[in-house]
Design a binder for this molecule. Structure first.
Ligand SMILES: Nc1ncnc2c1ncn2[C@@H]1O[C@H](COP(=O)(O)OP(=O)(O)O)[C@@H](O)[C@H]1O
Ligand SMILES: [Mg+2]
Length: 324
């Protein structure tokens, strides 16, 4: 069966006057129809760059290599005009800060309806009907009235709900959500996550959910990809995250999740700084200099090795049979 999205050996470099940033260094990622995949990692690990490359929205200083197959078609080879159709119909994106992506001078209704008209996906009447229905689905009271509101008239949580509704207008096959709840209060965040998960399941959409928060990833996703230095360190089922993970990087991240009942003073963390990808990756394992389990073998870069079905990790401890 063809996957909905299949990213293979994706590499992205940013070229500037004084340095080349090796942001993404050979990523493989698959999203099946109806499945939710989370990409997790510290800030700067290359999460957003992967999905911006998929959408072909990176700036001109980006050099992209690899394949991005959407139902078998390589998006990286499409003419820009065809790509615009993909962005208007097949793949929708939502971001951390909805107010940055909404036009302050247009009503919510205009912004929900116009893209459908532009891409000839519905009549004006049908598009309006759909906007009302979707605002209702995402929990906006009085949807008919809200269509006439401007973005500044809604709260942050409501705006993120509107963005979700807007993203669903064209019935996308794939929804990409980049830290969509990071800017929200904790309680609102939980509500929005539950809503997203429910809509994704009901509609059988694929979803890629980007977050720096492991707990959020475990809550929304079926599968988790853990990124570091533009590489996948571990790929596993969300249900195996806490008890089944093997990579020392993931061990460190999980240890550093604050526990509500734990001693505040002893919060563990991963010592050292995230690997710098400006000027190229260090030789060997990219996590080695922060790893408390490194050994001779780590001077060579480990490939992703199979730990079990649907579970892979880039760590020589797997080969040595002593992971975890
Ligand atoms: N336009 C750009 N020019 C140069 N470097 C960039 C650009 N965009 C991102 N980067 C760099 O690429 C790396 C990955 O960034 P990003 O994908 O935004 O990480 P994340 O989303 O995981 O926080 C970072 O080192 C970042 O500084
Ligand atoms: Mg990001």
């Amino acid at each position: 069966m063809t996957a909905l999205l299949e990213v293979s050996d994706l590499k992205v470099r940013f070229e500037s006057d004084n340095a080349i940033v090796h942001a993404v260094n050979g990523i493989n990622l698959t999203v099946d129809m109806g499945k939710a995949v989370a990409i997790v990692g510290e800030s700067g690990s290359g999460k957003s760059t992967v999905m911006m490359a998929v959408m072909r929205l990176l700036h001109g200083n980006a050099r992209v290599e690899g394949k991005v197959l959407l139902e078998g078609t390589d998006l990286l080879q499409l003419p820009e005009k065809a790509m615009q159709k993909v962005r208007g119909k097949d793949i929708a994106m939502i971001f951390q800060n909805p107010s940055a992506y909404l036009n302050p001078t247009k009503t919510i209704g205009q912004q929900m309806i116009e893209p459908l008209l532009y891409h000839h996906l519905a009549s004006a009447a049908k598009a309006r009907e759909k906007a009302v229905e979707l605002l209702d689905r995402v929990g906006i009271p009085d949807p008919e009235q809200r269509l006439n509101n401007y973005p500044f008239e809604l709260s942050g949580g409501q705006l993120q709900r509107v963005m979700i509704g807007m993203a669903l207008m064209a019935d996308p096959k794939l929804l990409i959500a980049d830290e969509p709840t990071t800017a929200l209060d904790v309680t609102v965040q939980a509500e929005v996550l539950i809503l997203l998960k429910r809509l994704q399941r009901e509609r059988g959409m694929g979803m890629v959910f980007i977050t720096h928060d492991l707990a959020v990833a475990a809550q929304v996703a079926d599968e988790i990809y853990v990124m570091y230095g533009g590489l996948v360190m571990e790929h596993l089922a969300a249900r195996d995250l806490v008890t089944g993970h093997v990579h020392p990087y993931l061990c460190g991240l999980i240890r550093s999740i604050p526990r509500i009942d734990g001693p505040r003073a002893d919060l563990p963390y991963i010592p050292g700084q995230p690997v710098q990808t400006a000027g190229g990756l260090p030789p060997g394992c990219v996590f080695a200099d922060r790893c408390d389990r490194r050994f001779d073998r780590c001077a060579e870069r480990p490939p992703l090795m199979e730990v079990g079905p649907g579970h892979r990790a880039s760590c020589w401890l797997v080969e040595a049979g002593v992971a975890k």
